[in-house]
Design a protein around this ligand. Structure first.
Ligand SMILES: O=C(O)CCC(=O)C(=O)O
Length: 269
């Protein structure tokens, strides 16, 4: 059997079973329940969507507050996460401000992410990782993520701008602004994980959401970790996607200045 660290380098992702031994997952889930009861009503339950209904207004209020739950900060700062990152080669782990949570309602495709690389939006070091935390079992029925193993070895894939957002260094680019140009030449794998597991993947790895075909909400957290010891990251002032965008940050094989000039020329035509 391949060592965990070796398969992480080769495939670009790993699944670690029964990761949360210090109550981080249960603690955060209890806070989701308390927040849900406050916003939606006493009938709210993060484990039973059949007990309540979520209006669009309440859903967006809830969604917006999830990333500020103290339990998410506790989970992100867990010594186990830090040790895991160091073991996976992130020498000086540092959180990026984009740690977040998702709620994916049954049969609601509006917030699903198409194939992408997190690096394009979140930036960070070339070896930055996302720790993806499911709150319930995930698979193709309950909704999960699909990954393209090995895709991270090619660096940044070609992408195209899909919005008219101005190209300036202080303008973050979101999923709706840039999409991946990929010919689908690698075989995807649907991640199957259980509550308590974590999926760690390189932010250069191609991945996407799959639809939730069950009758329960799929809850998940995403912890984003960059490596401050990366010399290129440091040289560029530790750029992250909440402050700037991929047209101003170099990566191996991606020269931001020439890419930016081509985009600006296209914008002016
Ligand atoms: O959870 C999902 O559906 C997708 C998450 C994702 O692609 C990401 O956080 O980078």
């Amino acid at each position: 059997m391949r060592a965990v660290d070796q398969s992480f380098e080769e495939d670009g992702y790993i699944i670690l079973r029964d990761f949360w031994n210090n109550g981080e997952l249960d603690g955060l889930q209890a806070q989701i329940d308390a927040l849900g009861k406050l916003i939606v009503g006493p009938e709210f339950s993060s484990t039973d969507y059949e007990k309540y209904s979520l209006s669009p207004a309440k859903q967006s209020l809830l969604y917006d507050r999830l990333k500020y739950l103290p339990g998410l900060a506790r989970m992100s700062g867990s010594p186990d996460v830090l040790r895991l990152c160091q073991r996976l080669g992130i020498q000086h782990p540092s959180l990026m401000g984009c740690c977040n949570m998702r709620l994916d309602k049954p049969h609601d495709a509006r917030h699903l992410f198409a194939w992408h690389q997190d690096t394009v939006y979140l930036l960070g070091s070339a070896n930055a990782v996302t720790v993806w935390v499911p709150f319930q079992d995930v698979d193709l029925r309950h909704g999960t993520i699909e990954v393209a193993p090995g895709s991270h070895h090619r660096g940044l894939y070609p992408f195209k701008r899909t919005s008219k957002k101005i190209i300036e260094p202080y303008v973050p680019m979101l999923q709706r602004d840039i999409s991946l140009d990929w010919n689908g030449d690698l075989k995807p794998v649907a991640v199957e994980a259980r509550r308590g597991d974590v999926v760690v993947f390189k932010q250069m790895l191609l991945h996407r959401s799959t639809p939730n075909l069950s009758n329960q909400i799929r809850w998940s957290a995403q912890l984003r970790i960059t490596d401050l010891s990366d010399p290129d990251h440091r040289r560029q002032g530790f750029p992250t996607g909440d402050r700037t965008n991929v047209f101003y940050v170099d990566y191996p094989g991606h020269d931001a200045a020439s890419r930016r000039e081509a985009e600006v020329a296209g914008q002016e035509r």
